[in-house]
Design a protein around this ligand. Sequence first.
Ligand code: FAD
Length: 447
Amino acid sequence: MAIDFTLTTEQRRLQSSVREFARDVLAPLSDQVDQEPDPLRAFQLVKPAYSEACKQGIAFSMLPREYGGGGLSNVDFVIAAEEIQAVDPGFGTTVLVNGLGLMPVWYYGTEEQKKRFIGAATSDQSGEFIVGYAASEPPGTPGGTANFDAPAIGGAGMHVTATRDGDDYVINGRKYWPCNVGGWDNQGADLNLVVVRTDPNSGGTTGLSAIMVERGTPGVSYNSISTSAQRSAPNCEIVFDNARVPASNLIEGTRGNGDLVINRNFAWSGPVAGIGAVAVARSAYEDALRWAKTYTGGGPEPIINYQYPGYVLGDIATKIEAARYFCWKGAHYLDQHGYHGEMLGAMCKVHCTEMLFDCVYKCMQVVGVNSLDTKHRFHRYLREASLLPLYDAGNFGMQRRRVHGVMVDESFNPRAFMDDEAVDFTKGMEGIDTVPGPKTDAPAMAR
Ligand SMILES: Cc1cc2nc3c(=O)[nH]c(=O)nc-3n(C[C@H](O)[C@H](O)[C@H](O)COP(=O)(O)OP(=O)(O)OC[C@H]3O[C@@H](n4cnc5c(N)ncnc54)[C@H](O)[C@@H]3O)c2cc1C
């Protein structure tokens, strides 16, 4: 019996223990965090929940047991992530980003680097250890993350440079948006995986690598960004001003392949972001259903008994179910194919996050004007729904581009996912649809 949606006993246990954590530890903090105007203070308010997540093994649950992690499969992780994100999607992002910072070390690091960096996170007893992942850069001309793989030298793309000087790399430039990177005090996360250009004469998919920057590195500063949603996930601008990092911190297998790290990372996180959308839609739907079963609007019976609320809520429930199984499939595919799922992860993220807004809006239509009362949570669901398609590599910026890049390749088998075949992702699939910056004559990559 190959296709079976039954959760194992361990998965049920995981689901119920994370559900309990979300209900008992996270939920009591969540509204206060959402309403706190200062973004750093908002993040600090969530620290007791983070410490508990460390104690319960949630914070590094996605990392392999071999290096002290929780050893969850991708399917397990997605099951757990739904429970957290149904209560607080930003907290889910904070945990997710621990993985975005350390999974590439597991994929591409030397044995020594895996023990040093993953081991530091998983053996820490403080309940505060946090890891950032910095790929995104400020928008502007030239610059921006959207075009990070544009075939341009000195044009669009990544502008943070790491220049070799003796036994060190000297890092200069700015990143914008990365999560977790400032840590609990804007003095830096314990570890930050930073995508840099090690060859300033290169462009597009060449000359990018990932290097680990440790807390306390001189020449790095952090400024909080105040976001309209996911306020428990701390976004920052990072400024590197001649920051010196040991050359041994460059994750060996990423040398010249930072572009592939970005694509693999944002595909790994696809089903996790997707289940975040399922989770928010689930919460909005459950609130609207509860309302429809109790509110009569002055009529003879609760509005659930009428066609419009009944049919609309039925449609919403259908979308949620379908999206959840897509996330399970996406996660299962990553498990089956060595954590590669560059195309399917992107498809899953795009599809699920883009069904969310419609679900929340329809829930609000069912509830009616009372959904606008801030004592209900629909205003928050709406804000969360607007964020999910834009973060974790934007659906229009990076996720659709990856799908397009694979699809256009000669080797692409349109039945690959149905047949559970591996789909290789290569540099040749990158850069499609990009617009090079103004400093170059290189044409946009066209096929
Ligand atoms: C809560 C949160 C957490 C985040 N965490 C992290 C993190 O941990 N690490 C990190 O590095 N970043 C993080 N980010 C940033 C996130 O990944 C962004 O989605 C990403 O940096 C922006 O890339 P984008 O592809 O969406 O491009 P955008 O800059 O949003 O693109 C803008 C628009 O430009 C156009 N465009 C995009 N690509 C192209 C192209 N190739 N050619 C022509 N036009 C194009 C499209 O119309 C697109 O909609 C986070 C953001 C949020 C909100």
